[in-house]
Ligand binder design. Structure first.
Ligand SMILES: Nc1ncnc2c1ncn2[C@@H]1O[C@H](COP(=O)(O)OP(=O)(O)OP(=O)(O)O)[C@@H](O)[C@H]1O
Ligand SMILES: [Mg+2]
Length: 256
């Protein structure tokens, strides 16, 4: 089981959009995928039109097993949903005296054989759940909106990943995914150039601004269902190809 975290401390950069479309894209390629929503906003269930009473909160608190909490969202794609109740688990984890950063890893262990890939949609910020997401991941995909001053935010995030990597030595900041690429603006081109200068081959081909990616959410569909011939679908399909083809072998150290 390969665990991929979609994480970035800054909000609104395309984490959930990436998590939902990556999960469904991998499922369409025949992988058995579990999408874990680790955000109190509960956007993953909304994005896929799934209703679920038992959530990650209950799993983290030991009140339900992960098998009781997952629900089928699409063929090959299960969802472990979240909602505002996750705040309760976050507080309990923060109070744990030992191995607080491993609560999510422990919660997911029983389903290790059931899925090829687990994709975790992290919340913005650096709370106890966000640390748990990095605490259990093998790979991190960091979406970065191509806006002015984006680089400073990414460098902050890299330091955060490096701190968690002291406890989780498998953790690899594998890809920087530029999002909201607007080919008409110089800001997008300049920010992309800065990212490439700093992160080289970790920087994937970007996801362009595409209104259909936002509209798909309103229709409770992935981009492959809502608008399979859109630019958004083409960009995510190319990205999913990169993720699917890469083996999960841990390469160089984070930030090295
Ligand atoms: N490439 C894109 N083009 C146009 N709109 C997009 C694109 N990617 C995401 N969006 C829209 O931008 C908004 C923010 O995206 P998303 O929710 O994926 O970000 P996020 O990083 O998960 O946010 P948060 O930090 O609040 O969890 C959403 O309305 C989404 O539909
Ligand atoms: Mg989100």
């Amino acid at each position: 089981m390969r665990i991929i975290a979609i994480a970035m401390t800054k909000g609104g950069v395309g984490k959930t959009t990436t998590a939902v479309n990556l999960s469904h894209g991998l499922a369409l390629r025949g992988q058995r995928v579990l999408l874990v929503d680790a955000d109190t906003q509960g956007q993953c269930a909304k994005a896929l039109g799934v209703d679920k009473d038992v959530t990650l909160n209950e799993v983290l608190l030991g009140e339900a097993t992960v098998l009781e909490a997952v629900t089928k969202a699409r063929q090959n794609l299960d969802l472990l949903a979240s909602d505002h109740r996750l705040t309760r688990a976050a507080l309990a984890i923060a109070r744990r005296e030992r191995d607080g950063h491993l609560a999510l890893a422990e919660a997911l262990a029983p389903v290790a054989e059931r899925y090829d890939t687990v994709v975790i949609d992290a919340a913005p910020g650096v709370d106890a759940v966000a640390v748990n997401v990095l605490g259990c991941a093998d790979e991190v995909i960091a979406p970065v909106a191509l806006t002015p001053a984006a680089l400073a935010g990414v460098l902050d995030f890299v330091r955060h990943v490096e701190r968690v990597a002291r406890h989780n030595t498998r953790l690899d900041l594998r890809w920087i995914l530029p999002t909201f690429h607007d080919q008409r603006t110089r800001t997008s081109a300049e920010t992309l150039r800065q990212l490439q200068e700093h992160f080289g081959a970790k920087v994937c081909r970007s996801i362009r601004v595409n209104i259909e990616l936002a509209e798909a959410f309103g229709w409770r569909q992935s981009i492959f269902e809502h608008a399979p011939r859109s630019r958004g679908a083409a960009d995510y399909e190319a990205f999913i190809g990169t993720v699917a083809e890469a083996d999960a072998r841990r390469p160089e150290l984070v930030g090295a």
